[in-house]
Ligand binder design. Sequence first.
Ligand SMILES: [Zn+2]
Ligand SMILES: [Zn+2]
Length: 268
Amino acid sequence: MRGIGKRAAYGPGVQPAAAPAPVTAPAGAAPAPAAELCVRVPAAGRDVCPVCHGWRRPGFELCLSCQRVRRQLSNFCRLVAPVSLCVGEESRLYSVLTGYKSERASPYWRDARRQQLAALFETFLAAHGGCIAERAGTRWDAIATVPTSAGRLGPHPLASLVAGIPSLAGAHVEPLSRGHAALGHLVASDDGYRCCEPTGRRVLLLDDTFTSGARAQSAASALALGGATVVAIVPAGRMVRPAFGASAAFWARQRRRRFELDVCCLER
Ligand SMILES: [Zn+2]
Ligand SMILES: [Zn+2]
């Protein structure tokens, strides 16, 4: 947690909750405190990408994903603050990040994951809003989410989730809609999303998962082209592929470290 006060990181009329909700499942569901769900995201370092905080080959400016995504966009957000690292089925967090929006899951099961994810975002932003604002050099006055890539009808579950978090709902905006360009793993585009609201806001962009960053960075670029200042991207889970080369050692090292919600990857 950093010196800029918690309140200072939030826009007008948007106050953090008096007491951040504990990151636990609701009564009746398997309890999963943040320390069990999450894996600590490292600060930028010799083998840690200074943008996405995933593994990078030492000596390179950015990880391979960030390099490739950056080349495809006219605006590239250099401040990404993931809440946790995450792998596929091995991570308990993964079942939260996919389960909260699963249309095949029971409403009860889905709602339990939804509450876990909401608590994670709320607690993280209450604790580290100051870190993000300090690093960005500006606070945010709006919070947007990355829309779904394709195929889903109605509001995206993450937008609904943020709209339901009291401390964030007042700043929530939905300026982005899906554009015509293809998006996918390592495939980014300025036209992947359209920005359709009045410009000029300082926007914090939330997403559930961040793999190559193509979707989130495309959304950030569309916001910037629409006139917004993208303060930072905050994904709940920075996906890593530990079977891939030296990133396995990176993952093993992070798993050995204790996760604490009051330390973020923007702090040393
Ligand atoms: Zn990166
Ligand atoms: Zn922090």
